[in-house]
Design a protein around this ligand. Sequence first.
Ligand SMILES: Cc1ncc(COP(=O)(O)O)c(C=O)c1O
Length: 370
Amino acid sequence: MTELGDGTRVVRAGLPDAEQGAPFLPGPTLAAPFHLRGEPADADFSYTRYGNPTWRRYEEALAELERGEVVLFASGMAAAAALLLTALRPGSVAAIDRECYLNVRRLAATHLEPRGVELRVVAASGLEAAVRGADVLWLESPSNPKLDVTDLSALARAARREGALAVIDNTTAGPLLQRPLELGAHASMVSATKHLSGHADLQLGYVATADPALAARLRDWRRDAGAIPGPFESWLAHRSLPTLALRLERGCANALALAELLRSRDGVAGVRYPGLPTDPGHDLARRQMRGFGTVVSFDLGSRERSQAFLDAAELVTEATSFGGVHTTAERRARWRGDDVTEGFIRLSAGCEDTRDLVADVAHALAHARP
Ligand SMILES: Cc1ncc(COP(=O)(O)O)c(C=O)c1O
């Protein structure tokens, strides 16, 4: 058979073989200790912090999509922390994309730098130089929240030349829209809190890698640091996986429709969406992505206008995060960690009907006239 498409793959990913009278997806295994006689090595499962069948099933599902081994964590940040803290020690050097997620930068500044790790936090254009002599290269594309697109293959190659671990935070795209391991990264990190689970009801994260030694180090870290996913959350996320391709299809179409609307309106500046042919990242995104994502950003020029827009919108819920079935948006400056203006809005397109969303955003813009 020819290779299955992603929409087909997600429907059955990680499911056990059909067994008479058994459910398609077995329920969560809610256990701390498991029955264990004799030596721990004699049993598949001994204590959930060491391993749990529900995580394992979801990890296997994600591994099919990522084409690598997957280690699941309690959140995206738990996955990021595991990568950075196992790869860096006093005297190490980390080259970090200045536009990457604010908590990754904060983690590095508050927990790595004081422990003697040299941080080179630079714009994407400076990363090739910054990675010289570095131990880790941390990239994010499209970046959150500004949606800059970075040449991942070129930078992963530069990192490999230096012997640095090339990590791509693939949260804004996810495994169906971008495959970092195929682009040359050693590790792809994803917050499964976003599209992967997609219903705004849980937090999880994971690392995918083709390097079994790295996967083993991360599993050991998870066990020792206790950054473990809950079995119930893991089951819920697996439960949501079969609709991932459908949700993305609608979300990407809605994001493009909203980006086109926003671009056509006076008083809306800096509209960014990699799917817009006019976007500075479009050509690169076409080369390294399979779809352009559900996040759009734009600037209404002032805090007041942005808040008026958010207050007037009825189908756009004011909330942080992205990648869910509900369309959400927020004034990103309220978090005080990104280099954005007071009028900057990050919007995540959900799965509502396109026509309704476009009408609602047009209506909200009318309430936020300059
Ligand atoms: C790009 C990116 N990376 C990592 C994270 C962290 O994920 P989590 O909130 O699941 O810890 C986020 C969360 O917003 C994110 O946007």
